[in-house]
Design a protein. Structure first.
Ligand SMILES: Cc1cc2nc3c(=O)[nH]c(=O)nc-3n(C[C@H](O)[C@H](O)[C@H](O)COP(=O)(O)OP(=O)(O)OC[C@H]3O[C@@H](n4cnc5c(N)ncnc54)[C@H](O)[C@@H]3O)c2cc1C
Length: 480
């Protein structure tokens, strides 16, 4: 690759102020929220799909990778350019293109910050439902990349359930549309395939999403328990009784103390765990549900059950939960967050096992997670000044995923595979499965241009594969 020539040609596409190539700038773009780092050769900040297409075509000419980046809040190294190349930053493609009120749809560019869409439609009593805890910063393009979840996905589903169509740039540098505003388009569900593909199949340049009405009433409860085990039992009972709260989140004792010191909400400092239980719907229905949930919590010995009295208290409660990772930063210089999913009924045993793993590796542990989904986020604290710490953290993380695999779980509920879990994929998929996924990747991206080094185990872990060249444009279609 002639880097100087590439930079010159990129400047011709996006202008001088759209290309970053100094050592200092590249250093800043080597991070996301995970612990892996790698520097791109150049960062480009396009303003349109046409510019993205031209950049992808240039990447083909120069034979360099293209890695899409939203806000870089990912927790699995998804936007880390492990093979160098062009990092495509979407900070300037952040327009809400259209809000279609009659059809309850919005069309957005990928760089729109998640929360900004809900804020833009709040005056119409509408919302964009997927609400990752990072929603103040992360982008809808990044959410599509990772198929992001959030506290409210227990009742409403993850990103894929709210995305109806995509515009994307293919490996050939063509702009195509898949899906559309209407439901259940004919043919293969390419939108479903692309959501969660971690930027490995194409670069998304527009997204059609559903909007949803805000509920008539919301009730948020804080249930206090003596232990994580008791709180987990309450989770199983609530769901087992057929109540599906809008959100059912758990924080353990370590997290609670950090959050309370940061927010001063009044979280109990001496509790073993709390559940935040949010009920939404018609006013009468949620009053009934709240009573039922209270009774179920009492059956497992809840110590205290509080209800947020008004919107201010409710917002504070959620602020504590959504900023919990940040609050835990007060306890340690660095941490590593895992993202396994287990059947809800296995939560108590799996959480005990994770505690034992952290102890074995001499690591401090905190748990804050989407309990209703069985989506665990054990957070292992470390200090990288300790030369053995990072290795211990990685090994402990791998053991956590082995436990998830052993109980029939998944390696990710929402953070993706990225670099972090690629070599653990064989725990969950056999060689034939991984080969099938590689074949699919090769249909979209025969030259492995898009985000190489992600999802698939590093060579040696499974067999090599000959890609077949089929243009994705021939598969695309649908009523955009
Ligand atoms: C404090 C904190 C809390 C979090 N809480 C949650 C949570 O509750 N739920 C959750 O799901 N995640 C959570 N995350 C993880 C992270 O915020 C999500 O994965 C989010 O979806 C990433 O968005 P981003 O814009 O930062 O994307 P990035 O990290 O920049 O990229 C993520 C992936 O998407 C791909 N991508 C980005 N843009 C495009 C595009 N235009 N076309 C194709 N691919 C693209 C990238 O290549 C990469 O593979 C949290 C992270 C932090 C730091």
């Amino acid at each position: 690759m002639d880097r100087r020539e590439l930079v010159r040609e990129l400047v011709a596409v996006v202008g001088q102020d759209g290309v970053l190539a100094s050592d200092y700038d590249l250093l800043l773009y080597q991070y996301d929220g995970s612990i892996d780092t790698a520097r791109p050769d150049v960062v480009v900040l396009p303003r349109s799909a046409e510019q993205v297409a031209a950049i992808v075509r240039l990447a083909g000419v120069h034979g360099v990778p293209v890695v899409a980046r939203g806000a870089g809040t990912g927790l699995s190294g998804g936007c880390i350019p492990v093979a160098g190349g062009i990092l495509l930053g979407f900070a300037r493609m952040n327009r809400i293109v259209e809000i279609d009120l009659p059809d309850l749809r919005a069309v957005v560019e990928p760089g729109v910050v998640n929360l900004h869409l809900s804020q833009a439609v709040a005056h119409e009593r509408l919302q964009y439902v997927p609400d990752p805890s990072s929603q103040k910063a992360c982008t809808i393009g990044g959410n599509v990349g990772e198929n992001a979840g959030g506290p409210h996905t227990l009742a409403y589903g993850v990103t894929t359930n709210h995305v109806l169509g995509l515009e994307l740039v293919t490996a050939e540098g063509e702009i195509v549309q898949v899906g559309g505003r209407a439901l259940d388009g004919p043919g293969y569900d390419l939108t479903g395939l692309l959501v969660g593909s971690e930027g490995t199949l194409g670069v998304v340049t527009k997204i059609i999403v559903r909007l949803a009405p805000l509920p008539e009433a919301v009730k948020t409860l804080l249930a206090v328990f003596e232990s994580v085990r008791k709180a987990s039992e309450a989770v199983s009972r609530i769901i087992g009784a057929g109540v599906v709260p809008a959100a059912l989140e758990m924080m353990d004792a370590v997290t609670l103390r950090a959050v309370e010191e940061a927010t001063h909400f009044g979280y109990p400092m001496d509790a073993g765990a709390v559940l935040i239980i949010e009920l939404e719907g018609l006013r009468e229905a949620i009053e009934e549900q709240a009573e039922q949930v209270g009774a179920l919590c009492r059956e497992v010995g809840v110590l205290d059950l509080r209800v947020a009295r008004d919107d201010r208290e409710r917002a504070l409660l959620w602020k504590g939960r959504k900023e919990a990772f940040g609050a835990l930063g007060r306890l340690c210089p660095e941490y590593y967050v895992m993202d396994g999913v287990v059947p809800r009924s296995k939560l108590p045993e799996v959480l005990d096992e994770i505690t034992a793993i952290a102890e074995r590796y001499g690591l401090r542990l905190a748990n804050v997670f989407h309990a209703g989904d069985g989506n665990l986020h054990p957070l292992l604290m470390f200090d990288s000044d300790d030369p053995t710490a990072e290795q211990r953290v990685r090994e402990a993380g791998a053991e956590v995923l082995r436990v998830c695999a052993a109980v029939g779980g998944s390696p990710t509920g929402e953070h993706g595979i990225g670099v972090e879990k690629r070599d653990l994929m064989p725990l969950f998929f056999d060689d034939a499965d991984i080969e099938a996924m590689k074949r699919l990747k090769a249909v979209f991206d025969p030259d492995e241009r898009f985000n190489p080094g992600k999802i698939f185990p590093t060579p040696g872990a499974c067999g090599e594969l000959k890609p077949r060249s089929v243009s994705v444009a021939s598969l695309a279609g649908g009523g955009w």
